[in-house]
Design a protein around this ligand. Structure first.
Ligand code: 2AM
Ligand code: CA
Ligand code: CA
Ligand code: CA
Length: 283
């Protein structure tokens, strides 16, 4: 296939291999992790599996592409300020890998089998490859810019619903109490208008499900580039729309996200806005 390659290995192949290797290992550690630390708060968890998986992915990527930059969640100090600083230091690099080794650590820790590995490659700030891998179901979601998005090798497309009343939408509840309140207000506004609400606990996997047409929409506040970059490309290449809470197009700095099949996007964002998004779109 015609994908950008250096040293004979395509970007996408390296992303897939890294996610698959890490995912297989993470799965073997489910219920068997030995260290659990709190990062920023009692809701902000990390285990040796998060760190080990990130190291595994980083080493694989750096072996193939030693001159590329790397931004991984576990290499960044906890908290929103450090995350924003870390992103602004690297977001203009020519090639930047953006990695969340375990998206859904709370689920992983509790044995709730819904988590993923998220790997994106950005070229000068634009996402060109996006991979989300669910090791429990062995589902690999892959997108290349301009070439579509695939699951199980089949082209994905977003769902058809054009009306909130027919829509199944998901959200994530922010760990930060300051952001939980607006999220609950949005939940209260959206819930009566849609078919139903889900909250699985992995933002990247929710984004992949929007791309696959399994969810009509998803919103969450207080996320980071590593939660969203891969899922953004999956949705875009599946015909959907990703924006911030004000409806502005996605970029790597977006932290409060609205992602849909496109058809419900404007009404979805209107409702979220009315209900009271957190005050800063990127903060
Ligand atoms: P994580 O599991 O990689 O940390 C669930 O609502 C989503 O929020 C997950 O994608 C989760 O990613 C992310 N998340 C969990 N705790 C967080 C925190 N303290 N700050 C920012 N994002 C968090
Ligand atoms: Ca985390
Ligand atoms: Ca995450
Ligand atoms: Ca993580």
């Amino acid at each position: 296939r015609d994908v950008p390659a250096i040293g004979g290995k395509s970007f996408t192949a390296v992303a897939i291999n890294s996610a698959a290797k890490a995912g297989e290992w993470i799965k073997t550690k489910l219920g068997k992790h030995t260290t659990l630390n709190l990062k920023y708060s009692a809701q902000d968890l990390v285990t040796e599996v998060d760190k080990g998986a990130e190291t595994m992915i980083r080493n694989l990527i750096m072996t193939h592409f030693p001159h590329h930059s790397f931004l991984g969640e576990e290499g960044v100090q906890p908290g929103p300020e450090a995350s924003e600083r870390a992103l602004s230091n690297v977001q203009d690099e020519e090639y930047l890998w953006i990695v969340d080794p375990v998206d859904g650590t709370t689920n992983f820790v509790h044995g709730f089998p819904f988590f993923s590995v998220s790997i994106a490659l950005a070229h000068k700030g634009e996402v060109i490859v996006g991979i989300v891998y669910d090791p429990m179901r062995d589902e690999l979601f892959v997108a290349e810019k301009g070439k579509g998005a695939y699951v199980h090798g089949q082209r994905m497309s977003v769902s058809e619903e054009a009306d909130l009343r027919e829509s199944l939408v998901a959200t994530g509840f922010p760990a930060d109490p300051l952001m939980l309140q607006p999220n609950l207000q949005q939940l209260q506004a959206i819930a009566p208008q849609v078919r139903n609400i889900r909250s699985g606990g992995s933002a990247a996997l929710h984004m992949a499900y929007v791309a696959a047409g399994r969810l009509s929409g998803f919103w969450e506040q207080g996320l980071n580039a590593w939660d969203l970059a891969a899922g953004y490309l999956l949705i875009k290449e599946s015909g959907g729309r990703v924006s911030d809470m004000a409806g502005e197009p996605y970029h790597l700095g977006v932290r409060h996200v609205a992602a849909t099949n496109g058809r419900i996007h404007d009404s979805f964002v209107d409702e979220l806005k009315k209900a009271g998004a957190a005050s800063r779109t990127e903060g």
